[in-house]
Design a protein around this ligand. Sequence first.
Ligand code: MIC
Ligand code: SF4
Length: 644
Amino acid sequence: MGLTIAQKIIKSHLRSGDMAVGSEISLKIDQTLTQDATGTMAYLEFETMGIDRVKTEKSVAYIDHNTLQSGFENADDHRYIQSVCKKHGIYFSRPGNGICHQVHLERFGKPGKTLIGSDSHTPTGGGIGMLAFGAGGLDVAVAMGGGAYYITMPKMYKVNLTGKLNPFVTAKDVSLEVLRILSVKGGVGAIIEWGGEGVKTLSVPERATITNMGTELGATTSIFPSDEITREFLKKEGREEDYIPLASDEDAVYDRIIDIDLSSLKPLIACPHSPDNIVTVESLKGTKVDQVCIGSCTNSSLFDMLKVAALLKGRTISDSVSLSISPGSKQVLTMLADCGALSDIIASGARVLECACGPCIGMGFSPNSAGVSLRTFNRNFEGRSGTKDGKVYLVSPETAVAAAITGEITDPRELGIMPEVTMPESFLINDTAIIPPADEKDSKDIEVLRGPNIKKFPEEKKQQNCLSAELVLKVGDNITTDHIMPAGAKILPYRSNIPYLSKFCFAVCDESFSERALKAGESIIVGGSNYGQGSSREHAALVPMYLGVRCVIAKSFARIHVANLINAGIMPLTFKNADDYDKLSQSDKLKIDNIYAGMDCGEMTLENISNGEKIELVCSFTERQKAILKAGGLLSYTREAGDK
Ligand code: MIC
Ligand code: SF4
């Protein structure tokens, strides 16, 4: 039987397990990346492991999320990360150099290699034929130390593309179309491979937009073949030697095939507050728009920015709209400046922000009260923009420009003829903002610089054989990590201060949660389906752990979050019968006995002391996961394993 592209890369990196769908496998990791909002914790964890030098082929730390320095906290974190990098063999991408996924694609990504990153959009690397996964900081720390990365062997889906995109219809619309078809849960447990004749019409940045948004499908990752278009891109980056061809075998078998005719697509838009809430742009024509944001790791490539500049050239944005543009990298911004496109953007009235995540993570540029904001980003979860009642819609750069000009949602095809955009023969290469690590022989003398906001890793607690705890919070379906551990300019600076961060845990759902959880001592959370979708932030597990949460019971979980819960020593359990969810109420007193035996047989009984009801729960922990839970978390487990 032939293999898919992903199966080939898995096979060549397999450290343990067999490649049967649903079983646990572990992979050798070639490259890692971190960003600053998850990076401080990841490097604190790495330091705890006591390893002198990273063992990967390349590890890179990016500063792109927490770039608003309205106090000392973020600057201290940057300085801490920079010093750790220098000491331990990690490349450091300075603030201003760009968004991790964009820069990694430009300067480091290699087809056929494995990458894990402490950011859920790490699968962007699939645009260049990498097998790239988003992971929790602890998993990244372990991989930097040479440890394997554990996943459940995924199913293989294929999206078969035919035809060619029409003008004003873009790769973003392809992503939105797949979200319309599959929903935010549709990719769970699967790797999505892109193939078919239509793939040849898409450039690497367009492919990267699509693999980037595979995260919103809940997919394990997404990947494109590596072909002549990939070679061309690498050549322009001065890295043609990194090219290898990669394709699936003719007789590769897929669990599901989705056909999309690119020429049949229309401009689409995701309505508040979920990326799969899709309608055509046409159908919302005339809706008043207050704000437009162009950028993020989804749509900030040179290709996107040149299209935006060409459409804005000679036009002025509407009086009622505030438009922000954040180019994805220093390379993109410099090239926009050199060719004059930046002047066209500035002349239109746009506000040019630095090359960073910015508004995407609520780091400034929050919309006005109840404001409508059209964004070229990948997430529109409630409150994420920093304005609680803001209404965020996700669109392509073309649709974003159309709204910025008219002041209302407008089908970009109404803008007339799409100006021709020519890509340069080669990209401008200047890596001065990427600081290499010190030589190994000098690293002993390098001091790691810590600020007062960097607090200790919270104490891990072993999972006991019996748990008696209060149901401290009951939530519904599709709870995102932004609900569990909100981001934004006010909270993000405290990512390395778990006690302070804990005050904001679940604040979007229930402002009293943190206080109630602390009071309850040990507690249990109950959720609906797809609990923990969204970000890779391990803080959404570390903070509940700090607050005493010992177990989360849900109808189903998102992949990265479930791994983070286990890494934090919190037991994720699912209802055997989803309807039993209705039998539990907040504040119930719950009890689970014989946990260790239950972990082995995959079943546990939950007793609701408040009403005498018994509910069957299921789990399917691997031996390693059981050991992590019993140790109280991955750090204790790794430490104990090292002691033996
Ligand atoms: C996001 O887009 O939500 C983030 C911010 O990039 C997160 C990481 C984080 O919370 O630091 C992600 O996607 O993993
Ligand atoms: Fe940054 Fe937004 Fe991309 Fe997350 S989704 S990495 S916040 S640009």
